[in-house]
Design a protein around this ligand. Structure first.
Ligand SMILES: NC(=O)c1ccc[n+]([C@@H]2O[C@H](COP(=O)([O-])OP(=O)(O)OC[C@H]3O[C@@H](n4cnc5c(N)ncnc54)[C@H](OP(=O)(O)O)[C@@H]3O)[C@@H](O)[C@H]2O)c1
Length: 286
């Protein structure tokens, strides 16, 4: 198996750390992203304990800030150029979070929409030339089965008038699937990079404990006990990032290391095109 260069965001805990650990152990070169210096150091140490020869670098960025996303893309380019020339085989947009309260980022956008959707959108476009330079490159975005029974809330995309934590989260995970389909329509033809939306299933991580309190915090504390381990939850990420056979499969949405149809809504071209145009405007690109 040929060693790949892989960027993975949110690699300081949960699914991201487990995926980074597994991929580093397979001999791939990892450029990991976290938002806290100490957590990045601990994560790197834990990867190196399991795979002492691992080639793993951590970069710092708060992905709620578009300025930091752009800065991160520049640092990734530098880190990769030092390693393997100017190409990137795999980008894993994994970082994500839940916010109990209507919170706006420094760019003025609702936090979950900004971190869970706009950051992957912008980071992917910033890294597009590197991805296009790698034959068979892949862009994975960690979505969720919670995208089902959900539609885009076009009349108030940031839920600014009547904020609902769960609906804002589910919408952001639906946006991950719409983004992946639209990316493939635009860039994934022939030998271009292909995008995949990954459904990790229910995983026992701290995601619902971080930006929450009260009932939402309590519900996640109960619910996550029924979840799989982060290592199990990372299996589909690892499979789609590294398996040769995936390139021969056109399907976009993956769960349990197999393609699975997402919701009908998530496959609507018009919704995906509308989201793409809005995201371009909100990120000042295009
Ligand atoms: N757990 C589940 O059951 C489940 C199910 C479906 C989908 N997912 C998705 O899986 C992905 C990973 O979640 P997880 O469950 O593994 O949760 P997690 O353990 O909380 O991991 C989330 C990662 O994202 C990072 N992150 C959050 N906000 C960030 C920001 N503003 N800037 C930079 N990094 C940020 C976190 O950093 P810190 O370590 O500093 O907090 C952490 O590394 C998310 O996209 C989530 O929506 C999870």
């Amino acid at each position: 198996m040929e060693a790949k260069t892989i960027v993975i965001t949110g690699a300081t805990s949960g699914i991201g750390l487990a995926a980074a650990s597994a991929l580093a152990g397979m001999g791939h070169t990892l450029v990991c992203v976290g938002r806290d210096r100490d957590r990045c150091r601990h994560a790197r140490e834990s990867i190196l304990r399991q795979a002492p020869q691992a080639d793993v670098t951590y970069l710092l960025a708060d992905l709620s800030s578009q300025k930091q996303v752009r800065g991160l893309a520049g640092e990734i380019k530098q880190a990769i150029t030092g390693h393997r020339g100017e190409s990137l085989d795999v980008l894993v947009n994994n970082a994500g979070g839940v916010s109990n309260w209507y919170t706006t980022t420094e760019d003025g956008y609702e936090l979950q929409f900004a971190v869970n959707h706009l950051a992957p959108f912008l980071l992917t476009l910033e890294l597009l030339p590197l991805l296009q330079a790698a034959p068979g490159a892949r862009v994975l975005t960690v979505s969720s089965g919670s995208h089902r029974n959900m539609q885009m809330h076009w009349q108030d995309i940031m839920y600014s008038r009547k904020y609902n934590t769960l609906l804002a989260y589910k919408q952001s995970k639906l946006a991950n699937v719409l983004f992946s389909y639209e990316f493939n329509r635009r860039y994934g033809q022939d030998s271009g990079p292909r995008a995949y939306a990954i459904d990790p299933g229910l995983v026992n991580t701290s995601i619902g404990l971080k930006g929450t309190s009260g009932l939402v915090h309590w519900i996640w504390e109960q619910r996550r006990r029924g979840g799989a381990s982060p290592e199990k939850g990372a299996e589909t990420v690892v499979h789609v990032a590294s398996d040769q056979g995936v390139s021969n499969v056109q399907e976009v949405y993956w769960k349990d290391c197999r393609p699975l149809p997402p919701s009908k809504y998530a496959r609507r071209e018009a919704e995906a095109a509308r989201l793409w145009a809005l995201s371009e405007r909100l990120c000042g690109v295009g």
